[in-house]
Design a protein around this ligand. Structure first.
Ligand code: ZN
Length: 184
């Protein structure tokens, strides 16, 4: 008996009624970037079903360089494998979702940050930049970061949302838009 035992029993239930899903386009045509916080599970909060949307999660739901690279790869994959099934100019929409009461917000405190730097091996500056203190501000910054990345496909739109832990409600703070085409 380990901590996983009850979860493996749930998986047994799941597998009983399971129908395999072939690799294909995510049916919601949305890619979610959000926090790894166990109170912010997009499958539950957004009612996502299997094969509806890829989800990238990290502390805070921040648009880091590895996240940008994953999104670039998924756009590449969609174009390579499913070009015929897609509208010529559209691949998917990225929904960046930050949330209230985020645990990364504690990194705003210099003393806490100093200790966290020792524990994680990350610099205090990097930890400070990763903190979600006001999700409305950080989600806007992260949407901009993604939209201005040269790695983002012009066929991918990006929007920003905030999930309120107190109400369970997701509010759109930055409406979806496509990156600006490069200036001639
Ligand atoms: Zn969080």
């Amino acid at each position: 008996m380990t901590r996983m035992t009850p979860l493996l029993e749930r998986n047994e239930q799941f597998a009983r009624d399971y129908t395999p899903v072939a690799l294909g386009l995510p049916t919601a045509q949305v890619l979610v970037v959000t926090c790894l916080d166990h109170r912010v599970d997009p499958a539950i909060v957004l009612g996502l079903k299997l094969a509806e949307a890829p989800v990238i999660r990290n502390a805070g739901g921040r648009v880091t360089q590895p996240v940008i690279e994953d999104i670039a790869y998924l756009a590449f994959l969609a174009e390579q494998l499913f070009a015929g099934q897609l509208a010529a100019d559209k691949l998917f929409e990225v929904a960046v979702i930050h949330h209230t009461q985020c645990g990364t917000g504690l990194l705003d405190d210099p003393g806490f940050r100093h200790q966290a730097a020792a524990a994680t091996g990350r610099s205090e500056a990097a930890l400070e930049a990763s903190a979600v203190v006001d999700p409305h501000i950080t989600v806007k910054a992260d949407v901009e970061r993604l939209l201005t990345s040269p790695l983002l496909s012009p066929k991918v739109s990006v929007a920003g949302h905030v999930y309120d832990i107190a109400t369970g409600r997701v509010t759109t703070t930055v409406p979806a838009r496509y990156p600006q085409p490069p200036r001639p």
